[in-house]
Design a protein around this ligand. Structure first.
Ligand SMILES: O=c1ccn([C@@H]2O[C@H](COP(=O)(O)O)[C@@H](O)[C@H]2O)c(=O)[nH]1
Length: 320
């Protein structure tokens, strides 16, 4: 008997469906800052924590992140693991990351691996193999990755080819949220800021990898902290889904990110890492105290979902 044909749904269509299903574009960033972990997860204080054995730190990170996923697993469509926080813990950290990706999947969450890779093409192939889905070598099994465009087209194509072949996605840095992003990204070349050149290339790739929802598997990272550029880029990148970091701790608000969406409320996912994971440290949620950090996470996630619903076109996702 012939095996049943496997249904392959592109990353971007899976993302669009997940956002609709959960009714929100909120994305929780899994950034386990050692210094900010609650005291019942890691008792030592401040810099002393870094003197603890790596194994102990990795156990704490794993326990904390699993606890985060248990709270937000059914509230949002997607999470983003910041790989740096796991890589800093060496092999123990990487093994925690692998387990946590599996944990996220059990909640039906899509997973972005935020590693901001960028290297010559032959090395990019190895990065892409490792980060995106099943491979003959060890694989992290992410649904999408972040990449830097600085090395040019041949450094990006391996990610795009691997992603498309494996129903994955690629988010290219276009205009980043950090205060210093203008130093290179805003430089004028041929009459246009550099980020607009990157935007034009990313939009072409989005068109080339377009799914049924009208957006492409190739997306762009655009910071919430530069809302004028966000609005400008939405206009010139109509097929590009945006990953928008900089919400919350970096100062971006729901009003700032509103221009990232199309009129139906699609086209962007908005990341919040510290503002959610360490909500127990925020004045608004101090009533929970350090031990009830999971309740603080739930309240902060609910707050973000509500703010996006009220102040952005994402409110239309639930009124269908
Ligand atoms: O332009 C960029 C690109 C990536 N990031 C990443 O997003 C999170 C933001 O964390 P917060 O705690 O919500 O500030 C973090 O992983 C960054 O590496 C970004 O901030 N800006």
């Amino acid at each position: 008997m012939m095996p049943a044909a496997e249904t392959k749904i592109r990353f971007i269509d899976r993302l669009e469906q997940a956002v609709r299903r959960r009714g929100t574009p909120a994305l929780v960033g899994i950034d386990p800052h050692l210094d900010l972990l609650p005291p019942n997860i890691l008792p030592a204080e401040g810099p002393q924590r870094r003197l603890l054995p790596r194994q102990r730190l990795a156990v704490a990170v794993r326990e904390f992140c699993a606890g985060v996923l248990d709270v937000i697993g059914s509230m949002v469509p997607i999470v983003k693991f910041q790989m740096a926080f796991f890589e800093q813990l060496g092999p123990e950290g990487m093994s925690a990351l692998a387990e946590l990706v599996g944990h996220a999947r059990r909640y039906g969450l899509l997973v972005i691996l935020d590693g901001k890779r960028g290297d010559i093409g032959s090395t990019a192939v190895a990065y892409a193999e490792g980060m995106l889905g099943p491979a003959p070598v060890s694989s992290w099994g992410g649904d999408a990755v972040t990449v830097s465009p600085y090395l040019g087209e041949d450094s990006l194509q391996p990610f795009i080819e691997t992603a498309v072949a494996r129903q994955g996605g690629v988010f290219v840095l276009v205009k980043t949220s950090n205060p210093g992003s203008g130093l290179f990204q805003d430089l004028i070349a041929e009459g246009m800021p550099l980020y607009r050149h990157v935007a034009a290339w990313v939009e072409q790739q989005a068109v080339r990898t377009k799914g049924r929802c009208g957006y492409g598997d190739v997306g762009g990272v655009v910071g919430a902290t530069f809302h004028e550029q966000l609005a400008e880029l939405r206009q010139v990148m109509p097929h590009t889904w945006f990953l928008v970091p900089g919400y919350g701790t970096q100062g971006g608000t729901a009003r700032d990110v509103a221009p990232a969406f199309d009129p139906t409320g699609l086209g962007a996912i908005v990341n919040n890492s510290r503002g959610i994971l360490f909500a127990y440290r925020r004045r608004e949620f101090e009533r929970f105290g350090p031990t009830r950090w999971q309740e603080a996470i739930e309240a902060a996630t609910r707050e973000m979902i509500d703010q996006l619903r009220t102040d952005t076109p994402a409110g239309r996702l639930t009124s269908r």
